[in-house]
Design a protein. Sequence first.
Lengths: 273, 243, 248
Amino acid sequence: MIACRSLHVAYGTGQPDVLCGLSFTVPSGSICALLGPTGAGKSTLLHALSGTLGMFHHAAQCSGSVTVNEETFMPVPRRVLFPAVGMLMQEPHLQFSGMAETVEGELKWTLDNLGIIGDAAQKQISVALDRFGCSTLRARTLRSLSGGELHRIAFASVLVARPSVLLLDEPVASLDQNARAQVARLLDSLRGDATILFTDSDPDLAMRLADRIIVLDSGTLRLDGSRKTFLDTVDAFGDILTVTTWPRVRERFAASGLSSLTARRLRRSLGQT
Amino acid sequence: MIATKLAFVLFCWTAAFALPTAVQVVFMHAAFVLGRFLPLFRPSSAQARRLYVRFLLYAGLLSAVVVILNALFVRNGEVLLDLGIVQFSREGVEFGLRVSVRLVLMSTAVLVFFLSTPLRDLAAFLDSSGAPAVLTSVLLLSLEFLERLPQRIEQIFTAQEARGAPVRAGFAGRFRSLFSILGPLIVSSIVESVERSHALALRGFPAPPEHRIRIRLPLTIPAWSLIAGVVAMVGWKLWESFR
Amino acid sequence: MSILFDNVTARYPNAPQDALRNVSFALPSSSFALLVGHNGAGKSTLVRLMNGMIRPKAGVIAVNGLSTDGIPTSRLAAEVAVTFQNPADQLFAPTVRDEVAFGPRNLRLPGIDDHVSDALALCGLTSVADRHPYDLSLAERKLLTIASAVAMQTPVLAFDEPNAGLSQPERRRLHTIFSTLKARGRMLLVISHDLGQFLSLTDRIIALDGGSLVYDGTPSGVSDAEKILRRTGVRFPFSERVVQLLEK
């Protein structure tokens, strides 16, 4: 689980707060979307939760508290929370160690850092690759992989360490709709296995699968609720998010009398496969 | 294998200061031959091979220049060649040879090492042998930067050329466009390096020493032999200086 | 005609197949064309052919009556201004104003200051003109790349996914920018699948599928345009698909 209580973060003494007294909880095993425009503080929050805030911001001023998996830090973790927390960057090429030629070598590198070697490592690698349907890619070189395959291996290289919290920084920002659907399916398959928090400036992925939506604007919480709550108040976020079609969805949804919002369930409700 | 190659570099550098010039010449030629024929020391790519050949040519040229300049300007002792207005002294030639052989031996050893060792393998070796994490980080970030450099430059060239910048024109045009290429390249590299550092930290890098150090002694026989050679040379030099 | 493609075929070096095959169309000035197609259909290739970044294997390309054959990209930049998706590829100047002035300076346009001020005002960046480009938000940086293209005073402007990453107010600003440019007689070619954003401005849709032209015409409405998009294999955003399902 992830929780913040009155979290304030500024990048230096006398600097304005980048995060202004955030308080929220993400229950274990759930998927939470953190929506907001660029500069809202989304990346800062991810760094505060993962313990990487101090890596490049030694003078950061923080107050409040952060809780990750029952461990509370006041104000923020001062050490990197690996392997409890895993983080996926927007670009796959930023994720890789640069020390491995093959897919297996890349996943093995994460486990080497954990001190997991030999048969135990091989087994964990197999499980991670199977999870993402990448078993056939095991012996392939990273250079030979397509964009979509690289994305899946980047996921696997983080998840092979079995983090209980997974943070994703704008996971679909540079992807086309087909690739976004693939990422959505990957995240959906992880539901229950890890507490997932991803950031985005477009509500599409959030509305597709998030259990909870948090809207952040200039470091301040504007919403913390369900998809239904977000949809009911979507017009209020037009100044910071891309919400063009969602008001129409709300009207049609209200008129339809349906109670659930995922496309798959809609199709089932409408008698389509 | 990398340990063996590092031992080879250490051996050549020690020889460059400890052994007589004539012996250094032998080792220098040995380094050339190793870099050309032995798989362990052969350049790892076609581009590296071309670089190696170019180095040999330039090393020869530079050595000739060093010898000639020293022969001209060191005026002590016997005159080897008198051309009237210029004279070449024996001492100058010997000094020039000593300096150039030393430089070529040292630089050949280093070049052969780096041309035959992909940076990726070097970074993995350093990580596994307990070298400071900052060293491995710098290598990895440099590797990433170099690998992406051609693609990034092409992207930036395209973007700026579309704004009328003469990036592919003559020297003057390219010089005028220099900042418009370097600016985006440097800024995006720094941003990517920061992101990458975060990503690697969250995959456990650098790992604690008990998980990192996976290279254990004994090293290979050639590596031990070279290290023994280094110890012998240093010992001999010390004995000579105290005699 | 502002843009003319006559039986154009193009292939990238070492590519196994053509990126564009026998593509022909003509676009007049003072018009707005939407270029659609799935990933890899050839949209970016088409734009790069227009300003000479790639050369065709066969066929003729003309911009404002000028054949692109043999003319370097830096010269064709006076006819076609192109913006790309990633502002980081081009931002380097110390101020926003200098960044916008870069293109006009390269083209040695007279009255650069006026063109720059006009472009800044159109894109809503006058108040940040003296700031460093990296002090701007990502959305503002995108608008900056658009302002840089506008200031070049080219008859043709091409934009690659210009509204990606923009929030509602910025998308409304973008709509105003494009309608103003169209009213001023410029020809705009936009790569985007956002019909909601651009359909009211669109005179023509050019649809590509696997390097071939599959549609070139004027859509009669949203549903007609959506059918065209579906033919190219483009997948609609989740929100659009939910609306379509709920409307059935």
